[in-house]
Design a binder for this molecule. Structure first.
Ligand code: CA
Length: 232
């Protein structure tokens, strides 16, 4: 039984979420603030943290740093405002997923299931651990490293997964829907905006021309492809 730590200061919402998650077969530790939740997580380690952003005391963004860096836990953000979401994406703090309020409990359950599965993935197949070379890019899934013309790039896990997925199909177009299901998981209900944002970050890190990208090329109305031999 997976153990979820739920941090939500809205009492009614916290109770109803805890009830529904327990009904779905999870063990739930509810907390009304981040300080209590961190103390609880240190003694009874959860498999996944569901974290409200707007909290009294320590806010969700600061709590995320502790959960990720100190405890290496998977985190799903519960946000109520678009602005909060932009802040999360902008800071690139590395939440595993996010869901915007109000949400349907079935949608939350799908996200929880997908993140738990990614956190405990089956052993990778040999193909997934073989280094891939695309032009001057080398992607090494075993070491989770990427080098561009011999220089190592700092990528977040999601950027790495996205680049790796594009590299497996180098020269072929992958649709935005395909990328969402392969990088974020089949049950992911997020929008295409997430893909656009991550593609932009990847382009920046690859030194691609943002106006006329040569490496990760947009194919209008279809999706993206990684070019085998970037021009210029
Ligand atoms: Ca709140």
């Amino acid at each position: 039984m997976a153990h979820l730590l739920l941090i939500e200061d809205d009492t009614l919402l916290r109770r109803s979420l805890a009830f529904n998650l327990e009904q779905a077969g999870y063990r739930v530790s509810p907390a009304a603030n981040a300080e209590d939740a961190l103390a609880a997580a240190r003694v009874d380690r959860p498999d996944l943290v569901l974290l409200d952003i707007g909290l009294p005391g320590m806010d969700g963004l600061e709590a995320l740093r502790h959960f990720r860096q100190e405890l290496s836990l998977s985190v799903i953000f519960l946000t109520s405002r678009r602005r909060e979401l932009d802040q999360v994406l902008g800071l690139e703090l590395g939440a595993d997923d996010y869901i915007t309020k109000p949400f349907d409990i079935d949608v939350l359950l799908a996200h929880v299931k997908a993140v738990l599965r990614r956190a405990h993935p089956p052993a990778p197949s040999p193909r997934e651990t073989t280094p891939l070379v695309v032009g001057d890019l080398t992607i090494n899934p075993a070491g989770h490293t990427v080098t561009l013309a011999g220089r190592e790039l700092e990528l977040t896990r999601r950027e790495f997964d996205l680049l790796h997925t594009l590299a497996i199909e180098a020269g072929h177009v992958l649709s935005v829907e395909d990328l969402i299901s392969r990088v974020w998981g089949a049950e992911y209900e997020g929008d295409a905006q997430t893909v656009y944002v991550h593609i932009r970050w990847l382009r920046e890190k690859l030194g691609d021309d943002l106006r006329h990208p040569q490496r990760i090329v947009s194919v209008r109305g279809i999706g993206y492809k990684l070019q085998e031999h970037p021009v210029g």
